[in-house]
Design a protein around this ligand. Sequence first.
Ligand code: ATP
Ligand code: MG
Length: 721
Amino acid sequence: MDVSSLLDGLNDKQREAVSAPQSSMLVLAGAGSGKTRVLTHRIAWLMQVEQQSPYAILAVTFTNKAAKEMRERVEKVAGSNMSRMWIGTFHGLAHRLLRTHYKDANLPQSFQILDSDDQLRLIKRILKSLNLDEKQYPPRQAQGYINGKKDLGLRPSHIDAGGFPIEQNLLKIYQVYQDSCDRAGLVDFAEILLRAHELWLNKPHILDHYQDRFKHILVDEFQDTNAIQYAWIRVLAGSTANVMIVGDDDQSIYGWRGAQVENLHKFLGDFPAAQTIRLEQNYRSSANILNASNELIANNPDRMGKKLWTDDKDGEPIGLYCAFNEMDEARFIVGRINDWQDEGGKLEDCAILYRSNAQSRVLEEALLHKGIAYRIYGGLRFFERQEIKDAMGYLRLISNKNDDAAFERVVNTPARGIGGRTLEIMRTTARQQELTLWDACVRLLDEKVLSGRAANAVRGFMDLIVALRVDTEEQSLHRRTDHVIQQSGLKLMYETEKGEKARARVENLEELVTAARSFVVPEDLEDMGELNAFLSHAALEAGEGQADEFTDAVQLMTLHSAKGLEFPMVFMAGVEEGLFPSQMAIEEGDRLDEERRLCYVGMTRAMQRLYITYAESRRIYGRESFARPSRFVKEIPEQFVQEIRMRTEVKAPAVSTRFGKQDSAFNESGFKIGQRVNHPKFGEGTVTNYEGSGAQARIQVNFLDVGSKWLVIAYARLEKK
Ligand code: ATP
Ligand code: MG
């Protein structure tokens, strides 16, 4: 491809950034202004025009999916194979580094990743062993403490807990936790970054090598880097590399996880020669959507300030739908998706975004009812499901018997008579003698500490693990997986459990064998064995490459995971006070700005159509609550919005208004508008209207399955839910 075409499809400012002389640079610009496009073209430019080798380039993206897309885009633009270029997420790249230099990083070759769920279990176990009360030291808080310290680059030895007993105990938890991870060869997500950073600091010859190698470092979504990520880049860049960062302070949405938008300012201080380029034209959204988003974000203080305009037409107004409850909301969304399909639209062009993962279930149900394919990014990912983690636990233990987290997970799953007391003895021995659980068991058996029955059970388990390993050593990954699922008793355990859920679990286990069968060791994991690569892949990419990526499917995801993406049609569901902004953000005022940025991120994902929905009542987290529309809804000027009326008009006495509270007393029948009901034939539904009185009183119900129906109350046999 010739040079001029590298600059085709770029505006002047974008060209300036793409073709700038080799130097450091900040591209600061709002959503949809082409930052990611500029980054991609810049990489191609460096190779084609500046004759840089892909080997000399390191590019950081926010998700594995984005990395994959960028690699493909660069390959397309540059027309060459990019396999030697390092491109990935901070975690992915740091993991790669640790694998290559595991000895220098003080890790066993077979080290595995401890995901946050397993991390929490381990912390709970440690709290017990330290005799600390979970009420006083909530495990999640301890987890946050540990990860927070790691994100700041702090080891226990760096921390002075002063004279504060709580802090002292948290520090103790951190220390014990770290020791047991080190013994077991486990690294949590924060540890991956921290160790990669320490590798730079402690092993100058390794740093030298990479400083020599990477002449160009490019980072997308820079506003969401945390302290350790920035430090890692900073050290690697040294005084010679050219660092190009692109970002948008208005889209900084991971402050709660330690991201520091100040890194933007820090960068300018650390790289004084860096030029700042601002992009101002938005190419993504229609004018209505863009202007509404601009107005919303203008409510935030302390912005770096950006202008964003488009020459696109106004487009449709933003649709605002006030639902009775979450089922009605889901029904509305699915209805619109149906219409979209009828107009010839593709499902994959629709995205449903929500604040909380828990919101997805109802949406999923509604989609299932209508037979609409969907895919979930993040949230309940396949590899995060209980039964899958159980199976992976066995596989991990086969690969590394010292993997304490895996040991804990499966030692008594399915139940094999290893009770709480025996477990306690194992843990105490492990802790006191600084052993892994496996080695502690070996010792307990040698020294005949356990009672006959317990000893037999433990021996049985250990024999099982050894047998699983030996019997499957020569097998292909999927045979191995199948064998382990069967012989461990896992499958039987779920098969004998009753109910829908257990059936789904068995199906999931079966799907795992399918996943193993179709697993191809990715190029960057080739240095590991197939099993280890599979385990790492599961931990790193959980959910991102879900099942069949080729089916046309609606995309469901949290607002957070929608960052950087774009869709012709976007729904933002549950835009209510208490949910979005979240209750916590409302209570801790300073988090409100971040929620507003999240809203800005959500709105600016939409290209042509944007729907915002909220429900007057919602059952979520197991309880029902009544809510008002989010303040963010009110911050969008009315001129950009069109309120969508109920398809089934609601007559007196219930009046629902955009901001008013609904008077829903439904005196005579005892039913209320918005009430959930069950009908023996039509199933679940929501009361939307009523008329008449006495024996003639009729009630209108919107059923999930069959739509809206009028029923005579006296005969309807409706049950309140
Ligand atoms: P975000 O802040 O959401 O990450 P961004 O600034 O990275 O957005 P891109 O995703 O790079 O923006 O671009 C947004 C859309 O605009 C993409 O579809 C991209 O292909 C398109 N685009 C960018 N620049 C141009 C241009 N000069 N001409 C036409 N389309 C463009
Ligand atoms: Mg982008």
